[in-house]
Design a protein. Sequence first.
Length: 228
Amino acid sequence: MGEIRWQAIPKTRDRWKSGTPGFTLIELLVVIGILAVLIALIASVLPGALKKADRAKATGLMRSVGTAVFAKASENNGRLPGPLWPGQVAEYDKNRNGHLIVELAPFLGVEERDERYVVNEFLTGSLRRSLPGANPKDIRLYVMNMAVESPEGTINPWGSAAANPPGTPLLLSAMSRTSRSSLPMLSEAYRDHPAVASAPWRANTPAVPPHGDRALQLFFDGSVRDSQ
């Protein structure tokens, strides 16, 4: 039986001296170049992908709001939620009337707390980036359609929280007729929207529609489409 011999593993410095192969400078430069190209490709594609994801999320949220409006009406003797303010935010405050998120909280899965808080699910990345530095509770989400023309004159489907006394919301059936079902319930807020007039509104409203060239709108038939 032969004698067992132990061979010491050379130190790293000794291995380099012995000619053990390693990365050359050229190889390192090639790897760095490949990584730089990959990072540039990701950087060019990522913003577009994020915008598409945010638009899909905003569309889904708006559809959920439409479903919640119908559910609220079915439990409210057929009446639409309200009276509401024309501009809607993502803040839940059970002590303030006129907020759509408060009215629809049980149907949207929004937690009903005693304290005020921002429902972050409604603030997409695109919306936040469009208003850097803005307080999330003040960011305008939606503009309610509060001026619908009818043979009787201009009507407000949602009542008015600003009126004294507050107005009374209409029956959903009054807005579900064929002639009105294609009218928008609400629109994404942006500064050039005709209903965005006051300075505080404009300061907390995106300069342009946050999820595309045109604002998303929710219609009384429950569909979500781009504004015309």
